[in-house]
Write a protein of this length. Sequence first.
Length: 117
Amino acid sequence: MRMRSVGAVGFCLAVLLAPTARAQGRANALAFARLQAAADSSAPGRRSWSQVGAVAGGVGGGAVFAVAFYHFTHRTGATNPTNNTTGTLGGTLVGAAIGAAGGALFGAFVGSLFPRR
């Protein structure tokens, strides 16, 4: 007998493998419960400017990307349905969020390269 539907194969696999996955999940939960927290390392960490870099990169990246996305979503001379305030504001907020996240990551990386004295 030949099955012609991928959905039927998926359903059969789910029915056959679901009890195994549940039992394995319980075993992992029990093993995880037996773990104990390891003692913190006594060696002090290297101090760097990563936090300052993250804040500066996040603010700077958010501002730059907000301006860029505003520029790309606001069309000068466009008619009202294609150039509305909601679309322009939404594009600006999306740009600010993307720029802030990327800028914070980049700033933290660059800041971590410089040791604090």
